[in-house]
Write a protein that binds this ligand. Sequence first.
Ligand code: C2O
Ligand code: CU
Length: 496
Amino acid sequence: MTRPSRRQVLIAGLGLGASATLAACSGDAAAPARPTTFPPPEPLTASAGQSVTTARLTARPVTLDLGGRTVPTWAYADSVPGPTLRASAGDLLRVTLDNQLPADTTVHWHGVRLRPEADGVPGLTQDPVRTGENFLYEFIAPDPGTYFFHPHVGTQLDRGLYAPLIIDDPAEPGDYDLEWILVLDDWIDGTGTTPDEVLEQLVADGASGTGMQHGSMSGMDHGSMSAGQGGAPWGADTGDVAHPHHLINGKLPTAPEVLEARAGQRVRLRIISAASDSIFAVALGGHRMRVIHTDGWPVSPVDADGIYIGMGERYDAVVTLGSGVFPLVARPVGKSTGGQGLAVVRTATGALPAADVTPSELDGKILVGSQLEPDDSARLPAKSPDISAALTLGGSMAPYVWTINGAPYGQNEPLRVAHGQRLRLNARNRTMMPHPLHLHGHTFALPNGLRKDTLLMAPMESVALDLDADNPGDWMIHCHNIYHAEAGMMIDLRYT
Ligand code: C2O
Ligand code: CU
């Protein structure tokens, strides 16, 4: 296979010079001053009748069996994914993080409209949690849905530090027999390198200008259109890292998780992407799936052969099981290495599918999430925006710098909003790569009303995103490609 020549990244109008540096990542003095210490959050007491969910989360190094391959990594409670945390909407969650990692860490409750003190962004909402320290996260999870949690420090998300967070809807009938949580991931940690080394290599390759042509051991991936779905509709260049493995629920496709069920049962899939650099096309062989929620919000149900899912996105879908043994495949889009993720549903006897099985559904209609229509209950009230702000995504491989509004994080101007305003973000992707754009502490509405907290934006796509500023604090907006985020593709949203 031929490698495309150096990525043609458009940095129209950004004025980003070759001298741009990673001030935000290196703690360079050019970064604006921030508070250096935060008081511990005010304790929350449960109100009358409010349920409390308590958990303790130990983060520490572990040797993990991916199913025939053993890797050293970092995990919650010694497992990948970590244990599912579950509560009902409106409950008070009290989770103690016990940091036994050889590094600072935090926990971010991805997608939850929680109080800012519990959002887990070091330097913005809390101090980093040092090795040997505990931190108590107390928050109310107001909205039902499928969420997950992960650190908000460096590239730690690309280790094994992630787990599902499910907020049940006490009012939902639950029109299904079984539930299956599927956490998708791209894996490189402990395979001879670490995510931190991968990022260093991307930056070094960018600085020397050699990475793209020669591909380095840390794995620049310049996938062609030949892998599965090809890159469409996400472009030919969907990621920067050649993860050697793709996992579902922590397992390699040679040792997949198997859901034992009965034909005729209705299964609710809760699909979560904890990947760092990979978009997946997901399909269940022999079945169509009825997509019912994205990022926790109900949609007008749609039947599809499969879905695309970007890093940080979630989709819930219902399937009625046939009789047999069926592969659930997560195929990385536009990447040529690392195989695919696989899990299996079994309702009858039969052999397990091969690790590289291609369900014919992958050649069918794969849903692009932004084309979903919201359920009416998910719509923002009609209102025209009080203010608007540009949110322009840019960047380059050499130097390896990714930007929002013309500069990497720490050098860009925070966005500002006042409590109660409707803010319109005019998001524009001015690069030839897709980027999953994620907003903390709020959700936004697309022009058709679809509510999300993570939107996979195609190359050169523009979209207006409306949000209600109803949760005062300091929040982040960033690309959920963890390598892009660490190389600057983040910005603050601050309440004035
Ligand atoms: Cu899951 Cu700031 O991210
Ligand atoms: Cu990105």
